[in-house]
Design a protein around this ligand. Structure first.
Ligand code: CMP
Length: 474
């Protein structure tokens, strides 16, 4: 950086020195000229060195002005890097104006304008010869005026299938450094015609990375695990949390996409690779599995839907439910056989208030909220976790569901139907009693709008006899 700056200083000093030398030469020749020939008697060829020297001086001066203006004033003071094309146009215009003025001063009897305007043929020839060059030149000017991209941006020239970082924009072309470290020149006129995708350097650009898991892996767990593993990877921006979402349900896998934002987009190849690596380790650690094409043959047998977990585990869970404590091990196993397991995503509704219902549920894993509708929106009256049950009110009373039950996190429940309960009531008369207590308590909560309201003995007794009637027990 410092070396670059001193180079620029040297360049300016050399230009200044050369300008002084040429200026002196011009001065001496002009003085010699003045003294040796009487005014008005100069031949044209004798004036030529003056024009050449003055033009050279003019050229050096414009170069000097260019360097002073763009390298010092803009670059160092205003921190703005002028594009090469703008600098070149400046030099060319300044020099052309100076040259015309000098020519007029030296050969004041020639009309330079007439030379250009009368020479139509000259114009046609020049125009044809410079067709492409001029096309690129004007396209370059419009690129600079528009500024659709800048040095340092990543661009994709779609038709040419070219991706790389813009290194410079010149008279003729855009210089792009590809990710194989090759330089490709895209002519300005082509760039003006083509669709160009730009990922600006000072913008939060996103990428998509894909992977797939097997169908038995839980989506909620996959989202959590993958998001957490990706968000702190190098060059993944911490300004926006990565998004992990299901892209499709394929033949043999759940197809996922990760959308993440990069601090430095030019390094997206490395970051994509790092993200994929993180996903591999995260899935491995958490017992999730990448999918690969498989064909599953299901042989249909006439058996009920298999429960989601082994029967013994379910019996264990049911034994921890307080109202089932009077049941024997055998009865618990029978009940476990009769249950069906279901899994719900966070936010899913398990039970809707007002619906008919002929089964109850035990929370196997996860958490649900019991909600009632209030004028101000849904109000949560209780949260139930592993070992709690719900849905018993409609099952035992035959009334519609009294509340909504919504999964707070991924939740597995065990569903127990009417027939299984009726069987248990016949062998365990105390079961109906303890359930009627719970129902009465919950009804009182709902009525009073607060948790742990106490039901009266009469209410419970009334409930018990209506349960017995509903289940046809004597
Ligand atoms: P059911 O009416 O069938 O459907 C909604 C369920 O929410 C209800 O059965 C109860 O299991 C449950 N529920 C209602 N009120 C409460 C409460 N106050 N505390 C806990 N659970 C409740």
């Amino acid at each position: 950086m410092a070396a670059n700056q001193s180079n620029r200083k040297n360049k300016i000093l050399v230009l200044l020195f050369a300008a002084i030398v040429v200026g002196l030469a011009l001065y001496f020749y002009a003085s010699y000229f003045e003294f040796t020939l009487p005014t008005g008697k100069h031949r044209n060829w004798q004036k030529l060195p003056i024009l050449v020297l003055a033009s050279l001086l003019g050229y050096l001066t414009t170069r000097f002005l260019n360097a002073a203006l763009f390298d010092f004033v803009f670059r160092l003071r205003k921190r703005y890097e002028a594009p090469t094309l703008v600098r070149n146009i400046f030099t060319l215009l300044a020099f052309a104006i100076l040259f015309v003025l000098l020519f007029k001063g030296v050969y004041n009897d020639y009309d330079l304008g007439a030379l250009f305007t009368t020479s139509a043929l000259f114009g046609v020839i020049i125009g044809l010869a410079l067709q492409d060059t001029l096309g690129n030149f004007f396209a370059g000017i419009s690129l600079h005026a528009d500024r659709p991209f800048q040095v340092g941006d990543v661009i994709v020239v779609t038709q040419q299938k070219l991706t790389g970082v813009v290194e410079s924009i010149t008279w003729r072309a855009i210089k792009v450094r590809t990710f194989q470290n090759h330089i490709v020149l895209v002519s300005n006129s082509l760039a003006a015609r083509e669709a160009i995708e730009v990922a600006p350097r000072d913008n939060l650009n996103a990428r998509l990375v894909f992977f797939s898991t097997i169908y038995t892996d839980s989506p909620a767990k996959t989202i959590h695990v993958v998001r957490e593993s990706v968000r702190d990877a190098d060059n993944v921006s911490d300004k926006i949390t990565p998004i992990v979402r299901i892209r499709g349900l394929g033949d043999s896998s759940i197809e996922w996409e990760i959308k993440y934002w990069l601090d430095d987009y030019a390094k997206y190849n490395d970051t994509d690779a790092l993200v994929r690596q993180r996903v591999w380790y995260a899935l491995r650690r958490n017992g999730l599995t990448f999918a690969f094409p498989t064909r599953t043959l299901h042989l249909e047998r006439n058996v009920p839907v298999r429960p989601i977990t082994a029967e013994d585990q379910i019996a264990d869970r049911l034994s921890a439910v307080d109202v089932f404590s009077p049941l024997s091990t055998d009865e618990l196993r029978q009940l476990a056989k009769a249950t069906a397991g279901h899994v719900f995503a966070p936010g899913e509704t398990l039970i809707r208030a007002g619906d008919e219902g002929s089964s109850m549920f035990v929370v196997h894993n996860g958490r649900v909220a019991v909600q009632v509708s209030d004028p101000g929106g849904p109000r949560t009256v209780a949260q139930l976790t592993e070992g709690n049950f719900f849905g018993e009110m409609a099952l035992f009373t035959g009334e519609p569901r009294t509340a909504n039950v919504v999964a707070i996190e991924e939740t597995e429940v065990l569903e127990i139907g009417h027939a299984a309960m009726k069987h248990l009531f016949q062998t365990n008369p105390s079961l109906a009693e303890s359930i009627s207590w719970t129902i009465a308590e919950r009804q009182a909560d709902l009525a009073k709008g607060s948790a742990s309201a106490q039901p009266s003995i009469q209410e419970t007794a009334g409930l018990l006899s209506s349960i017995k009637r509903f289940f046809g027990l004597h």
